[in-house]
Design a protein around this ligand. Structure first.
Ligand code: NFS
Ligand code: SF4
Length: 639
């Protein structure tokens, strides 16, 4: 087994890994070390789309060069890639649909939530072309929900949310290329139909299908989720919060919320507040809700709930011996948490009928019975408090402080303190005169195959040193939070001009400075990043593809990260991944996506102005990103 220091940068995680090994418990990190990689699968050349196969194409021209049906390696790799992107987009579309449906139920008085951001609801309604005058909030919410649900039903035209949130110049390009999605479910079904045996066998066409799927993800996934969640739960404002396993508290009932859709997470927090007395009766001092992964991000952004850990180390909170329950909904939930929990008093609680784990407790969560379900979940955690084994308790002590809650609305508000009339002006001027070289969104995951947090942290340090403004989402933002980069202290790693600007803006807002990386939310909140780019592009009268910006996902693990990346590439934003996207078996697919070969006829760079960058070394990746940013600056006539 590998030294724990090579598995995670987080000393708390290292401490728990040692504990797990001493207790004979398997974790994702140790399973990753033992898992060998299949050369066929990892290059994307294995096809099992029918029972004639699996067929696999040997590299280097030795052995079969086509599947039994005659599919060549390019078709097989492109088809697998589209399936991957479809999985990612489907996850986000399902997330958005759940929230849209919840808003409809709230509007009809069937679900126990209240609309928190009426202003945002109104502006979305106006954007969708609805008449707002003379309508009460519930009427408006119902109409907006119907418009959202149309994006899963309509048979003609273009998705409403794409027209609502897409930048005009990007939409023009997608229309010209015939890529506009009609509705999310239709496109997902079509993608399944075209990747079936005997379907689409043109690799370039399959890759264009992947771009349409990226648009499904971006609009009927990310944007719709964020918009409607802001309406229902409030648009995030800057908050101060705590990070790392040290947020788990021995004297409290600890309940971690893990997954993605805030419908459940918000209710759990609400009921934890209501049931404090019951926790005291059980001998605890109160109830401590902590976040994991993106549910953690949602609660952090809106409620300042502390974050225990990010994806790869999701088993570690259980290993502290002080976690009474972990409640989960969907996506990025390792089944391994149940195996670890079975060695402890921790109860894993699944909540969705289509995402269960054998051996876990299932408490069905629907929006209609949200209160009953959340109450039961919190009561289960309280009842588990007395089942702790004191000999097994070992909580890492480190805690770091971080700021989060940087919605576009919050960023604009902060800029207004510098220029009330023209808030974007100071930011745009700083970019124009080179004080800020460009902007990069650090997004995505951690991956047990990669030393946890190391890629995310190293890349950001390199970028801010070069005066690049960083925004962050997802588990990558958690990496930055754990290592001080979401706090003004992190400015010690920043270049002088970036530090000065963030200090000026921060001080105008009564803070010592803004942090070097602005936490914009969960992975669906990459919509906020897109909104910020849209605002900047509109301000300058250019396309998003012209902006000196990029996205980076150094520790990629989930297909969702690939579908989000495809959405940004479709907008003309370069996207770096630090983990092999499993397409290397096809030179054609590699060249279309990465535009690495000069004079290759069709590339995403040529079609959209953005490309995929695959580089495992974060410092080298930063250099490539910096060069692309400089190239885009030059094209804009900036030095
Ligand atoms: Ni994004 Fe969030 Fe985390 Fe990666 Fe998974 S939790 S939706 S996929 S691992 S960032
Ligand atoms: Fe083999 Fe073709 Fe079937 Fe794929 S679809 S498994 S390449 S026969």
């Amino acid at each position: 087994l590998r030294d724990v220091k090579d598995l995670s940068m987080d000393t708390g995680v290292q401490q728990m890994l040692v504990k797990a090994r001493n207790e004979g418990i398997d974790t994702a990190f140790d399973r990753a070390s033992k898992m060998t990689r299949c050369g066929f699968g990892s290059t994307g050349v294995c096809c099992k789309h029918c029972l004639e196969g699996p067929c696999r194409i040997a590299p280097g021209g030795k052995g079969p060069q086509a599947g039994i049906c005659g599919s060549n390696v390019d078709t097989i790799v492109a088809r697998n890639f589209l399936v991957n992107i479809t999985e990612g987009a489907a996850s986000h579309a399902e997330h958005a649909r759940e929230v849209a449906h919840a808003i409809l139920e709230v509007a009809e008085g069937k679900a126990p939530y209240t609309i928190q951001d009426e202003e945002k609801l109104k502006s979305i309604a106006e954007g969708l072309g609805l008449v707002t005058e003379g309508k009460n909030i519930n009427q408006l919410a119902r109409e907006v929900a119907h418009k959202a649900l149309e994006d899963f039903q309509k048979q003609h035209g273009t998705m409403n949310w794409l027209k609502l949130r897409g930048q005009a110049k990007s939409i023009e390009n997608w229309e010209k290329l015939g890529l506009l999605p009609v509705n999310a479910h239709l496109e997902i079904a079509k993608a399944m139909a075209r990747t079936v045996m005997g379907g689409d066998a043109d690799p370039a066409n399959l890759l264009l299908g992947a771009v349409t799927m990226g648009l499904v993800d971006g609009f009927a996934g990310l944007h719709m989720s964020t918009d409607l969640q802001d309406v229902l739960f409030g648009t995030p404002r800057a908050v101060k919060a705590k990070y790392r396993l040290g947020v788990i508290r021995e004297e409290m009932v600890n309940l971690s919320v893990h997954g993605h859709i805030p419908l459940l997470a918000e209710k759990v927090v609400e009921w934890a507040g209501k049931l404090t007395d019951k926790a005291k009766e059980a001998g605890a001092q109160g109830i401590n809700v902590v976040g994991v992964c993106c549910s953690g991000n949602e609660l952090l952004m809106r409620k300042g709930v502390p974050v225990a850990t990010n994806y790869a180390s999701q088993e570690m909170p259980i290993l502290t011996g002080a976690l009474e329950a972990m409640v989960v909904d969907i996506q990025c939930i390792m089944p391994g948490i149940q195996t670890v929990a079975s060695c402890y008093h921790t109860e894993i609680i699944t909540t969705l009928p289509y995402a269960k784990i054998a051996g876990a407790t299932h408490v069905e969560f629907t929006t209609e019975r949200a209160d009953e379900a959340a109450r039961e979940i919190v009561m289960r955690a309280i009842n588990n408090f007395k089942k702790r084994d004191p000999k097994k308790i070992n909580i890492p002590q480190e805690v770091t402080e971080a700021y989060a809650g940087f919605s576009v609305e919050q960023i604009v508000e902060a800029l207004k303190a510098v220029n009330a009339v023209d808030p974007l002006k100071p930011l745009v001027e700083a970019i124009a005169n080179g004080e800020i070289l460009g902007a990069v969104a650090l997004v995505g995951c951690t991956n047990p195959r990669v030393k946890q947090d190391s890629g995310n942290v190293a890349l950001v340090k390199e970028l801010i040193k070069n005066n690049v403004l960083v925004v962050a989402t997802g588990c990558a933002a958690h990496s930055l939070g754990k290592f001080g980069l979401l706090s003004p202290d992190g400015l010690k790693y920043a270049g002088d001009s970036l530090r000065n600007i963030l200090t000026v803006i921060g001080q105008a807002n009564g803070l010592p400075a803004l942090p070097p990386a602005l936490h914009m939310g969960s992975c669906v909140d990459n919509s906020r990043v897109a909104d910020l780019l849209t605002a900047l592009a509109n301000y300058l009268g250019v396309a998003i593809k012209d902006l000196p910006v990029a996205g980076s996902c150094p520790e990629t693990h989930h297909p969702k990260a690939l579908s989000i990346g495809t959405f940004f590439i479709a907008n003309g934003v370069d996207v770096h991944v630090g983990v092999d996207p499993q397409v290397s078996g096809s030179a054609l697919v590699v060249n279309v996506l990465t535009s690495d070969k000069e004079n290759f006829p069709v590339t995403t760079d040529g079609l959209f102005g953005g490309k995929l960058i695959y580089e495992e070394d974060p410092v080298k990746a930063a250099e490539i990103i910096l060069n692309r940013i400089k190239m885009k600056r030059q094209a804009l006539g900036l030095n």
